[in-house]
Design a protein around this ligand. Structure first.
Ligand code: NAP
Length: 298
């Protein structure tokens, strides 16, 4: 019987690199959780400078390498540059800091975290004015940031570059004015936000869509009052039919439509069950019926 690691398909990106179709979300996770994720079979880790835990994630990954559980080349490590770090020369500094914190000498994927450059005020991640409005920095053009990303890639600090939370217009601007099509656009997607139109648009341009919050951040403190897709009868019934969890249905739906998904969990049995989804396949009708739950929520 093949192991989970062998079952996780790799998707070929438009630059020739490969990304495992399931990744592990690392927002608010600790070292022990990452070690469990490695044992469960995750090899793709979605990190970010903003999460302020890249040192902890790096420690766990490097321990797994030292223990002979994985090799660096088996891992796919993403990091992201936060909007206060998009000014001239700053994306490079952010990437270098992420690498230092993680303790590796290259990333697999570096993303522009949000297409909304913010002013740099001290080390504030969300600088605000007196009226509590975010301080945007309109002097920074995304195309200039993207050209710096191209240089970071050429310098070997990352194998692939991409974007997150970008709309087609913003991506078009990068495509038309540079020589690199983003490899990935990482956006929020779950049954209530299918992002199907965006997916089609990205696919036509060879850009891989990654679904963040594929479980709609179920149960997270700031999101407890929102209806969870895991509670929807259609999802629950499919879970019963296939003998899996509702979360597994949401993740498998993304995978069956060719979307990379990066669920997060700090609970051991969920970490295992969220990746153990390769022994069943939903019908085309079932995939479409999940698509119909879309409400374009934001
Ligand atoms: P998520 O993966 O949609 O959901 C995580 C929540 O679901 C946690 O509360 C977790 O609880 C719960 N959960 C996990 N597995 C479950 C299961 N099998 N059954 C029931 N509940 C389950 O949310 P997310 O953390 O917002 O997104 C995932 C990752 O996407 C992040 O960690 C981050 O890497 C990335 N992200 C990127 C951006 C961006 O702007 N690019 C934005 C947000 C997130 P427990 O942990 O208690 O198990």
């Amino acid at each position: 019987m093949s192991s989970i690691v062998e079952k996780v398909p790799l998707i070929r990106l438009n630059d020739g690199n490969y990304i495992p179709i399931i990744g592990f979300g690392t927002f608010c996770v600790d070292e022990n959780v990452v070690r469990i994720a490695i044992d469960a079979g995750y090899r793709h880790f979605d990190c970010a400078d903003f999460y302020q835990n890249e040192d902890v994630i790096g420690t766990a990954l490097r321990k797994a390498i030292n223990e002979g559980k994985v090799k660096r080349e088996d891992l796919f490590i993403t990091s992201k540059v936060w909007p206060t770090w998009l000014g001239k020369g700053r994306p490079l500094k952010s990437a270098q800091r992420s690498l230092k914190n993680l303790g590796f000498d290259y990333l697999d994927l570096l993303l522009i975290h949000w297409p909304t450059p913010l002013k740099q005020v001290d080390n504030d991640f969300l600088p605000r004015d007196q009226n509590d409005k975010c301080l945007l920095d309109e002097s920074i053009k995304l195309i200039d940031v993207w050209k710096e990303f191209e240089e970071i890639k050429s310098a070997g600090l990352t194998r692939s570059i991409g974007v997150s939370n970008f709309n087609p217009e913003q991506i078009d601007d990068l495509i038309k004015n540079s020589s690199t099509v983003p490899a990935v656009n990482q956006v929020e997607s779950h049954p209530f936000i299918s992002n199907s139109k965006l997916l089609k648009w990205l696919r036509e341009r060879g850009i891989e869509m990654t679904a963040y919050s594929p479980l709609a951040s179920a149960g997270m403190e700031w999101n407890k009052s929102t209806l969870s897709p895991l509670e929807v009868p259609l999802i629950k019934n499919l879970a019963i039919k296939y003998g899996v969890t509702p979360a597994a249905i949401c993740i498998k739906w993304q995978i069956q439509r060719g979307v990379t998904a990066i669920p997060k969990s700090s609970t051991k049995d969920r970490i295992y069950s969220n990746i153990d989804i390769f022994d069943f396949r939903m019908t085309d009708e079932e995939i479409s019926s999940i698509e119909d739950l879309n409400r374009d929520l934001k």
